[in-house]
Design a protein. Structure first.
Length: 460
Protein backbone atom coordinates (compact mmCIF):
# COMPACT_ATOMS: atom_id res chain seq x y z
CA UNK A 1 0.00 0.00 0.00
CA UNK A 2 1.17 3.52 -0.78
CA UNK A 3 0.54 6.64 1.21
CA UNK A 4 -1.58 8.22 -1.53
CA UNK A 5 -5.01 9.33 -0.30
CA UNK A 6 -7.10 11.04 -2.98
CA UNK A 7 -9.89 12.05 -0.59
CA UNK A 8 -7.41 13.71 1.76
CA UNK A 9 -5.65 15.45 -1.13
CA UNK A 10 -8.90 16.96 -2.41
CA UNK A 11 -9.91 18.01 1.08
CA UNK A 12 -6.55 19.71 1.58
CA UNK A 13 -6.02 21.34 -1.81
CA UNK A 14 -9.42 21.37 -3.56
CA UNK A 15 -10.00 24.98 -2.59
CA UNK A 16 -7.01 26.00 -4.73
CA UNK A 17 -8.66 24.87 -7.95
CA UNK A 18 -8.78 28.25 -9.71
CA UNK A 19 -5.29 29.26 -8.56
CA UNK A 20 -3.84 25.93 -9.75
CA UNK A 21 -5.38 26.36 -13.19
CA UNK A 22 -4.17 29.95 -13.43
CA UNK A 23 -0.65 28.91 -12.48
CA UNK A 24 -0.17 25.60 -14.31
CA UNK A 25 -2.84 25.15 -17.01
CA UNK A 26 -4.70 27.44 -19.43
CA UNK A 27 -4.51 30.73 -17.52
CA UNK A 28 -7.31 32.28 -19.60
CA UNK A 29 -9.90 29.77 -18.37
CA UNK A 30 -10.12 30.98 -14.75
CA UNK A 31 -9.89 34.56 -16.01
CA UNK A 32 -12.90 33.99 -18.28
CA UNK A 33 -14.87 32.21 -15.55
CA UNK A 34 -14.25 35.00 -13.06
CA UNK A 35 -15.30 37.61 -15.64
CA UNK A 36 -18.68 36.08 -16.43
CA UNK A 37 -19.42 34.90 -12.89
CA UNK A 38 -19.07 31.20 -13.64
CA UNK A 39 -16.41 30.62 -10.98
CA UNK A 40 -18.63 28.35 -8.92
CA UNK A 41 -17.44 25.57 -6.65
CA UNK A 42 -19.49 22.46 -7.34
CA UNK A 43 -19.17 19.77 -4.71
CA UNK A 44 -21.01 16.82 -6.22
CA UNK A 45 -23.16 15.81 -9.19
CA UNK A 46 -25.85 13.27 -9.95
CA UNK A 47 -27.98 12.84 -13.06
CA UNK A 48 -28.86 16.25 -14.50
CA UNK A 49 -27.87 18.23 -11.39
CA UNK A 50 -24.87 19.71 -9.55
CA UNK A 51 -24.76 20.82 -5.92
CA UNK A 52 -22.55 23.59 -4.57
CA UNK A 53 -20.92 23.83 -1.15
CA UNK A 54 -24.10 25.43 0.24
CA UNK A 55 -26.22 22.48 -0.88
CA UNK A 56 -28.00 24.40 -3.65
CA UNK A 57 -28.85 22.45 -6.77
CA UNK A 58 -28.02 23.53 -10.34
CA UNK A 59 -29.73 22.15 -13.43
CA UNK A 60 -27.25 21.07 -16.10
CA UNK A 61 -28.39 22.02 -19.62
CA UNK A 62 -24.90 21.66 -21.08
CA UNK A 63 -24.01 18.01 -20.29
CA UNK A 64 -20.27 18.61 -20.63
CA UNK A 65 -20.82 19.70 -24.27
CA UNK A 66 -22.81 16.49 -24.82
CA UNK A 67 -20.55 14.03 -23.02
CA UNK A 68 -23.01 13.35 -20.19
CA UNK A 69 -25.78 11.85 -22.29
CA UNK A 70 -26.97 9.70 -19.38
CA UNK A 71 -26.25 12.40 -16.83
CA UNK A 72 -23.55 12.12 -14.23
CA UNK A 73 -22.75 8.92 -12.33
CA UNK A 74 -25.36 6.62 -13.79
CA UNK A 75 -25.38 3.58 -11.47
CA UNK A 76 -25.24 1.01 -14.29
CA UNK A 77 -22.17 2.61 -15.86
CA UNK A 78 -20.53 3.00 -12.44
CA UNK A 79 -21.12 -0.66 -11.69
CA UNK A 80 -19.67 -1.73 -15.05
CA UNK A 81 -16.49 0.20 -14.29
CA UNK A 82 -16.24 -1.32 -10.81
CA UNK A 83 -16.71 -4.76 -12.38
CA UNK A 84 -14.06 -4.29 -15.05
CA UNK A 85 -11.53 -3.01 -12.53
CA UNK A 86 -12.27 -5.88 -10.16
CA UNK A 87 -11.84 -8.37 -13.02
CA UNK A 88 -8.15 -7.40 -13.32
CA UNK A 89 -8.20 -8.09 -17.06
CA UNK A 90 -4.91 -8.38 -18.99
CA UNK A 91 -5.68 -5.12 -20.79
CA UNK A 92 -3.71 -3.45 -23.62
CA UNK A 93 -1.24 -6.26 -24.18
CA UNK A 94 -1.40 -5.14 -27.84
CA UNK A 95 -0.80 -8.73 -28.95
CA UNK A 96 -4.04 -10.46 -28.13
CA UNK A 97 -7.73 -9.98 -28.86
CA UNK A 98 -9.77 -9.07 -25.78
CA UNK A 99 -13.54 -9.69 -25.94
CA UNK A 100 -14.86 -6.27 -24.86
CA UNK A 101 -13.81 -4.31 -28.02
CA UNK A 102 -15.41 -6.95 -30.23
CA UNK A 103 -18.60 -6.93 -28.18
CA UNK A 104 -18.88 -3.13 -28.23
CA UNK A 105 -18.18 -2.99 -31.97
CA UNK A 106 -20.82 -5.67 -32.59
CA UNK A 107 -23.37 -3.74 -30.54
CA UNK A 108 -22.61 -0.35 -32.10
CA UNK A 109 -22.99 -1.75 -35.59
CA UNK A 110 -26.53 -2.93 -34.86
CA UNK A 111 -27.52 0.76 -34.87
CA UNK A 112 -25.92 1.27 -38.31
CA UNK A 113 -26.57 -2.04 -40.10
CA UNK A 114 -25.15 -0.83 -43.41
CA UNK A 115 -21.70 -0.54 -41.78
CA UNK A 116 -19.36 -3.41 -40.95
CA UNK A 117 -16.31 -2.49 -38.85
CA UNK A 118 -15.19 -0.15 -36.06
CA UNK A 119 -11.93 1.53 -35.07
CA UNK A 120 -11.71 2.64 -31.42
CA UNK A 121 -9.71 5.69 -30.40
CA UNK A 122 -9.95 8.07 -27.48
CA UNK A 123 -11.92 11.14 -28.53
CA UNK A 124 -14.12 12.78 -31.12
CA UNK A 125 -11.24 14.47 -32.88
CA UNK A 126 -9.45 11.10 -33.12
CA UNK A 127 -12.58 9.58 -34.63
CA UNK A 128 -12.58 12.33 -37.27
CA UNK A 129 -8.83 11.95 -37.89
CA UNK A 130 -9.41 8.26 -38.48
CA UNK A 131 -12.20 8.95 -40.97
CA UNK A 132 -10.07 11.47 -42.86
CA UNK A 133 -7.13 9.06 -43.11
CA UNK A 134 -9.32 6.12 -44.12
CA UNK A 135 -11.16 8.15 -46.77
CA UNK A 136 -7.90 9.38 -48.28
CA UNK A 137 -6.31 5.95 -48.37
CA UNK A 138 -9.39 4.09 -49.59
CA UNK A 139 -10.04 6.50 -52.47
CA UNK A 140 -6.43 7.36 -53.30
CA UNK A 141 -7.36 11.05 -53.24
CA UNK A 142 -6.19 13.87 -51.03
CA UNK A 143 -8.91 16.48 -50.61
CA UNK A 144 -11.78 16.57 -48.08
CA UNK A 145 -14.79 18.87 -48.39
CA UNK A 146 -16.48 20.34 -45.33
CA UNK A 147 -19.03 23.00 -44.43
CA UNK A 148 -18.45 26.57 -43.38
CA UNK A 149 -19.02 26.99 -39.63
CA UNK A 150 -18.34 23.28 -39.08
CA UNK A 151 -16.60 21.96 -35.98
CA UNK A 152 -14.90 18.57 -36.22
CA UNK A 153 -12.14 18.85 -33.62
CA UNK A 154 -8.90 20.69 -32.96
CA UNK A 155 -6.06 18.33 -33.87
CA UNK A 156 -4.31 19.25 -37.11
CA UNK A 157 -6.29 17.02 -39.47
CA UNK A 158 -9.69 17.80 -37.99
CA UNK A 159 -8.71 21.46 -37.74
CA UNK A 160 -8.25 21.41 -41.51
CA UNK A 161 -11.98 20.75 -41.83
CA UNK A 162 -12.96 23.25 -39.13
CA UNK A 163 -15.12 25.99 -40.59
CA UNK A 164 -14.29 28.62 -37.97
CA UNK A 165 -11.32 30.91 -38.64
CA UNK A 166 -10.88 31.68 -34.95
CA UNK A 167 -9.77 28.11 -34.32
CA UNK A 168 -7.58 27.91 -37.45
CA UNK A 169 -5.72 31.22 -37.14
CA UNK A 170 -2.02 30.80 -36.44
CA UNK A 171 -1.91 27.04 -37.03
CA UNK A 172 -1.26 26.99 -40.78
CA UNK A 173 -0.29 25.28 -42.97
CA UNK A 174 -3.16 22.83 -42.70
CA UNK A 175 -4.29 20.08 -45.05
CA UNK A 176 -5.57 21.13 -48.51
CA UNK A 177 -9.27 20.88 -47.82
CA UNK A 178 -12.18 23.01 -49.11
CA UNK A 179 -15.15 24.63 -47.38
CA UNK A 180 -18.66 24.74 -48.85
CA UNK A 181 -21.84 26.44 -47.71
CA UNK A 182 -24.07 23.84 -46.09
CA UNK A 183 -26.83 22.91 -48.49
CA UNK A 184 -25.01 24.08 -51.63
CA UNK A 185 -25.25 21.03 -53.89
CA UNK A 186 -24.02 22.95 -56.93
CA UNK A 187 -20.77 23.84 -55.14
CA UNK A 188 -20.40 20.23 -54.00
CA UNK A 189 -20.79 18.91 -57.55
CA UNK A 190 -18.40 21.55 -58.89
CA UNK A 191 -15.68 20.43 -56.45
CA UNK A 192 -16.31 16.74 -57.10
CA UNK A 193 -15.81 17.22 -60.85
CA UNK A 194 -12.18 18.10 -60.18
CA UNK A 195 -11.61 14.41 -59.45
CA UNK A 196 -9.42 14.80 -56.35
CA UNK A 197 -12.03 14.65 -53.57
CA UNK A 198 -11.78 11.77 -51.09
CA UNK A 199 -14.89 12.64 -49.13
CA UNK A 200 -17.26 15.14 -47.61
CA UNK A 201 -17.45 15.39 -43.82
CA UNK A 202 -20.63 16.88 -42.37
CA UNK A 203 -22.48 17.25 -39.07
CA UNK A 204 -26.17 16.38 -39.59
CA UNK A 205 -26.83 19.27 -37.21
CA UNK A 206 -24.01 21.77 -36.87
CA UNK A 207 -23.07 22.34 -33.27
CA UNK A 208 -22.04 25.93 -33.96
CA UNK A 209 -25.34 27.76 -34.14
CA UNK A 210 -27.43 24.55 -34.13
CA UNK A 211 -28.15 24.45 -37.86
CA UNK A 212 -29.70 21.23 -39.24
CA UNK A 213 -28.80 20.25 -42.78
CA UNK A 214 -31.56 21.29 -45.23
CA UNK A 215 -34.19 18.60 -45.94
CA UNK A 216 -32.96 16.21 -48.61
CA UNK A 217 -29.41 17.58 -48.60
CA UNK A 218 -27.65 14.54 -47.11
CA UNK A 219 -29.37 12.11 -49.50
CA UNK A 220 -28.57 14.27 -52.54
CA UNK A 221 -24.98 14.82 -51.36
CA UNK A 222 -24.53 11.08 -50.90
CA UNK A 223 -25.70 10.41 -54.44
CA UNK A 224 -23.30 13.02 -55.85
CA UNK A 225 -20.38 11.71 -53.81
CA UNK A 226 -20.90 8.11 -54.86
CA UNK A 227 -21.33 9.11 -58.48
CA UNK A 228 -17.83 10.64 -58.25
CA UNK A 229 -16.34 7.77 -56.20
CA UNK A 230 -16.05 9.87 -53.03
CA UNK A 231 -17.23 9.10 -49.50
CA UNK A 232 -19.83 10.59 -47.18
CA UNK A 233 -18.50 11.02 -43.63
CA UNK A 234 -21.07 11.74 -40.92
CA UNK A 235 -19.67 13.44 -37.83
CA UNK A 236 -22.01 12.18 -35.10
CA UNK A 237 -19.65 13.01 -32.22
CA UNK A 238 -22.19 15.37 -30.67
CA UNK A 239 -25.40 14.42 -32.49
CA UNK A 240 -25.11 10.64 -32.11
CA UNK A 241 -26.41 8.26 -29.44
CA UNK A 242 -29.92 9.65 -29.26
CA UNK A 243 -29.15 13.35 -28.93
CA UNK A 244 -31.50 14.38 -31.77
CA UNK A 245 -34.29 11.85 -31.14
CA UNK A 246 -32.80 9.23 -33.48
CA UNK A 247 -29.86 7.03 -32.53
CA UNK A 248 -27.84 8.79 -35.25
CA UNK A 249 -28.93 12.18 -36.57
CA UNK A 250 -28.43 11.18 -40.23
CA UNK A 251 -31.23 8.61 -39.73
CA UNK A 252 -33.72 11.49 -39.66
CA UNK A 253 -33.48 11.46 -43.47
CA UNK A 254 -34.53 8.32 -45.35
CA UNK A 255 -31.96 6.61 -47.53
CA UNK A 256 -28.85 8.18 -46.01
CA UNK A 257 -26.13 5.60 -45.37
CA UNK A 258 -22.76 7.29 -44.71
CA UNK A 259 -19.59 5.42 -45.62
CA UNK A 260 -17.93 6.45 -42.34
CA UNK A 261 -19.54 7.58 -39.07
CA UNK A 262 -17.67 9.26 -36.20
CA UNK A 263 -18.86 8.70 -32.62
CA UNK A 264 -17.57 9.78 -29.19
CA UNK A 265 -18.78 11.95 -26.27
CA UNK A 266 -21.86 10.18 -24.83
CA UNK A 267 -20.46 6.71 -25.58
CA UNK A 268 -18.07 7.27 -22.67
CA UNK A 269 -20.83 7.44 -20.07
CA UNK A 270 -19.00 10.52 -18.85
CA UNK A 271 -16.17 8.46 -17.37
CA UNK A 272 -13.58 7.10 -19.79
CA UNK A 273 -12.71 8.94 -23.03
CA UNK A 274 -13.61 6.93 -26.11
CA UNK A 275 -14.00 7.60 -29.81
CA UNK A 276 -15.21 5.26 -32.54
CA UNK A 277 -15.14 5.36 -36.33
CA UNK A 278 -17.66 3.05 -37.98
CA UNK A 279 -17.14 2.18 -41.62
CA UNK A 280 -17.77 -0.11 -44.53
CA UNK A 281 -15.87 -3.37 -44.88
CA UNK A 282 -14.12 -2.45 -48.13
CA UNK A 283 -12.68 0.74 -46.61
CA UNK A 284 -11.15 -1.09 -43.65
CA UNK A 285 -9.84 -3.85 -45.89
CA UNK A 286 -8.07 -1.30 -48.08
CA UNK A 287 -6.45 0.41 -45.09
CA UNK A 288 -5.45 -2.87 -43.42
CA UNK A 289 -4.65 -4.61 -46.69
CA UNK A 290 -1.92 -6.94 -45.42
CA UNK A 291 -0.25 -8.16 -42.22
CA UNK A 292 2.50 -5.61 -42.87
CA UNK A 293 -0.12 -2.90 -42.42
CA UNK A 294 -1.74 -4.34 -39.29
CA UNK A 295 -0.69 -1.33 -37.16
CA UNK A 296 -0.76 1.33 -39.88
CA UNK A 297 -3.43 3.14 -37.87
CA UNK A 298 -3.72 2.51 -34.14
CA UNK A 299 -4.05 4.21 -30.75
CA UNK A 300 -2.11 3.32 -27.61
CA UNK A 301 -5.15 3.53 -25.33
CA UNK A 302 -7.75 2.69 -27.96
CA UNK A 303 -10.18 -0.11 -27.06
CA UNK A 304 -9.03 -0.21 -23.42
CA UNK A 305 -11.19 -2.32 -21.15
CA UNK A 306 -12.59 0.54 -19.05
CA UNK A 307 -13.75 2.50 -22.12
CA UNK A 308 -15.27 -0.58 -23.72
CA UNK A 309 -17.11 -1.51 -20.51
CA UNK A 310 -18.47 2.02 -20.20
CA UNK A 311 -19.63 1.97 -23.84
CA UNK A 312 -21.40 -1.37 -23.44
CA UNK A 313 -23.11 -0.16 -20.27
CA UNK A 314 -24.23 3.06 -21.97
CA UNK A 315 -25.85 1.19 -24.86
CA UNK A 316 -27.55 -1.19 -22.45
CA UNK A 317 -29.01 1.72 -20.45
CA UNK A 318 -30.15 3.45 -23.63
CA UNK A 319 -32.18 0.39 -24.58
CA UNK A 320 -33.47 -0.46 -21.11
CA UNK A 321 -34.55 3.12 -20.31
CA UNK A 322 -35.71 3.97 -23.87
CA UNK A 323 -33.40 6.98 -23.92
CA UNK A 324 -33.79 7.79 -27.64
CA UNK A 325 -37.59 7.93 -27.49
CA UNK A 326 -37.40 9.98 -24.31
CA UNK A 327 -35.03 12.48 -25.91
CA UNK A 328 -37.38 12.84 -28.87
CA UNK A 329 -40.41 13.36 -26.64
CA UNK A 330 -38.80 15.72 -24.11
CA UNK A 331 -36.97 17.62 -26.84
CA UNK A 332 -40.18 18.32 -28.71
CA UNK A 333 -41.82 19.53 -25.49
CA UNK A 334 -38.93 21.87 -24.71
CA UNK A 335 -38.59 23.17 -28.26
CA UNK A 336 -42.32 23.81 -28.68
CA UNK A 337 -42.61 25.66 -25.37
CA UNK A 338 -39.63 27.86 -26.21
CA UNK A 339 -40.85 28.44 -29.79
CA UNK A 340 -44.13 29.73 -28.35
CA UNK A 341 -42.17 32.61 -26.78
CA UNK A 342 -40.81 33.95 -30.09
CA UNK A 343 -43.87 36.12 -30.70
CA UNK A 344 -43.80 37.38 -27.11
CA UNK A 345 -40.21 38.68 -27.02
CA UNK A 346 -38.82 40.84 -29.82
CA UNK A 347 -35.22 40.00 -28.82
CA UNK A 348 -35.97 36.29 -29.40
CA UNK A 349 -35.75 35.47 -33.10
CA UNK A 350 -35.73 31.69 -33.51
CA UNK A 351 -35.85 28.34 -31.73
CA UNK A 352 -34.63 25.37 -33.78
CA UNK A 353 -33.13 21.91 -33.54
CA UNK A 354 -34.19 18.32 -33.07
CA UNK A 355 -34.51 16.17 -29.99
CA UNK A 356 -32.45 17.55 -27.12
CA UNK A 357 -30.18 19.67 -29.30
CA UNK A 358 -31.87 23.07 -29.42
CA UNK A 359 -30.64 26.48 -30.50
CA UNK A 360 -32.15 29.69 -29.10
CA UNK A 361 -31.25 32.63 -31.35
CA UNK A 362 -31.52 36.30 -30.43
CA UNK A 363 -31.63 39.20 -32.87
CA UNK A 364 -32.05 42.94 -33.39
CA UNK A 365 -35.27 44.22 -31.76
CA UNK A 366 -37.73 46.62 -33.39
CA UNK A 367 -38.49 49.02 -30.55
CA UNK A 368 -36.24 52.07 -30.32
CA UNK A 369 -35.12 51.67 -26.70
CA UNK A 370 -34.16 48.02 -26.99
CA UNK A 371 -32.55 48.61 -30.38
CA UNK A 372 -30.19 51.20 -28.87
CA UNK A 373 -29.07 48.79 -26.16
CA UNK A 374 -28.68 45.98 -28.67
CA UNK A 375 -26.54 48.19 -30.93
CA UNK A 376 -24.29 49.12 -28.01
CA UNK A 377 -23.55 45.45 -27.35
CA UNK A 378 -23.04 44.58 -31.02
CA UNK A 379 -20.59 47.46 -31.45
CA UNK A 380 -18.45 46.09 -28.63
CA UNK A 381 -18.62 42.41 -29.55
CA UNK A 382 -21.16 40.23 -31.29
CA UNK A 383 -22.46 37.51 -28.99
CA UNK A 384 -22.61 39.58 -25.80
CA UNK A 385 -26.41 39.50 -25.56
CA UNK A 386 -26.50 35.70 -25.55
CA UNK A 387 -23.87 35.76 -22.81
CA UNK A 388 -26.09 38.23 -20.91
CA UNK A 389 -28.82 35.60 -20.93
CA UNK A 390 -26.52 32.75 -19.92
CA UNK A 391 -25.19 34.55 -16.83
CA UNK A 392 -28.51 35.25 -15.01
CA UNK A 393 -29.70 31.76 -15.86
CA UNK A 394 -26.79 30.54 -13.73
CA UNK A 395 -26.57 33.29 -11.12
CA UNK A 396 -30.27 33.76 -10.38
CA UNK A 397 -31.86 30.51 -11.48
CA UNK A 398 -29.00 28.02 -11.01
CA UNK A 399 -29.17 26.66 -14.58
CA UNK A 400 -25.94 25.96 -16.47
CA UNK A 401 -26.04 26.81 -20.19
CA UNK A 402 -23.62 28.37 -22.64
CA UNK A 403 -23.48 30.12 -26.00
CA UNK A 404 -23.14 27.87 -29.04
CA UNK A 405 -19.99 29.53 -30.37
CA UNK A 406 -17.92 32.66 -30.30
CA UNK A 407 -19.52 35.79 -31.82
CA UNK A 408 -22.93 34.08 -32.04
CA UNK A 409 -26.17 35.28 -30.49
CA UNK A 410 -27.26 31.69 -29.96
CA UNK A 411 -27.56 29.58 -26.82
CA UNK A 412 -27.28 25.83 -27.38
CA UNK A 413 -29.21 23.49 -25.11
CA UNK A 414 -27.71 19.99 -24.97
CA UNK A 415 -28.85 18.66 -21.59
CA UNK A 416 -28.51 15.08 -20.39
CA UNK A 417 -30.94 12.91 -22.33
CA UNK A 418 -32.55 11.77 -19.08
CA UNK A 419 -34.28 15.09 -18.30
CA UNK A 420 -38.07 15.18 -18.20
CA UNK A 421 -41.02 17.53 -17.80
CA UNK A 422 -39.82 18.84 -14.43
CA UNK A 423 -36.56 20.09 -15.94
CA UNK A 424 -38.40 21.54 -18.96
CA UNK A 425 -40.68 23.49 -16.60
CA UNK A 426 -37.72 24.80 -14.60
CA UNK A 427 -35.82 25.95 -17.66
CA UNK A 428 -38.77 27.59 -19.43
CA UNK A 429 -39.82 29.45 -16.28
CA UNK A 430 -36.28 30.70 -15.70
CA UNK A 431 -35.77 31.67 -19.33
CA UNK A 432 -39.08 33.55 -19.32
CA UNK A 433 -38.02 35.50 -16.22
CA UNK A 434 -34.69 36.43 -17.82
CA UNK A 435 -36.40 37.57 -21.03
CA UNK A 436 -38.91 39.61 -19.03
CA UNK A 437 -35.98 41.38 -17.39
CA UNK A 438 -34.26 41.96 -20.75
CA UNK A 439 -37.40 43.59 -22.16
CA UNK A 440 -38.03 45.72 -19.08
CA UNK A 441 -37.29 49.44 -18.81
CA UNK A 442 -34.33 48.88 -16.48
CA UNK A 443 -33.10 45.44 -15.68
CA UNK A 444 -30.04 43.95 -14.05
CA UNK A 445 -29.20 42.23 -17.33
CA UNK A 446 -28.33 45.47 -19.07
CA UNK A 447 -26.18 46.56 -16.11
CA UNK A 448 -24.24 43.36 -16.56
CA UNK A 449 -24.17 44.01 -20.31
CA UNK A 450 -22.33 47.26 -19.73
CA UNK A 451 -19.77 45.35 -17.67
CA UNK A 452 -19.31 42.87 -20.51
CA UNK A 453 -18.84 45.73 -22.96
CA UNK A 454 -16.04 47.16 -20.81
CA UNK A 455 -14.39 43.75 -20.60
CA UNK A 456 -14.70 43.25 -24.37
CA UNK A 457 -13.15 46.62 -25.11
CA UNK A 458 -10.26 45.95 -22.71
CA UNK A 459 -9.36 42.69 -24.46
CA UNK A 460 -9.19 44.19 -27.95
Amino acid sequence: MTGFDLTALLAERGGERYELHARHLNHQLPRMLHTIGFDKVYERAQGAYFWDTDGQDYLDMLAGFGVMGLGRHHPVVRQALHDVLDAELPDLTRFDCQPLPGLLAEKLLTYAPHLDRVFFGNSGTEAVETALKFARYATGRGRILYCTHAFHGLTTGSLSVNGEDGFRDGFAPLLPDTALEMGDLDALERELKRGDVAGFVVEPIQGKGVHPTPPGFLRAAQELLHRHQALLIADEVQTGLGRTGDFFAYQHEDGVEPDLVCVAKALSGGYVPVGATLGKDWIFKKVYSSMDRVLVHSASFGANAQAMAAGLAVLSVMEDEQIVAGARRTGELLRSRLAALVDKYELLHDVRGRGLMIGIEFGRPKSLGLRGRWTMLQAARKGLFAQMVVVPLLQRHRILTQVSGDHLEVIKLIPPLIIGEREVDRFVEAFTAVMDDAHGSGGLMWDFGRTLVKQALQTR
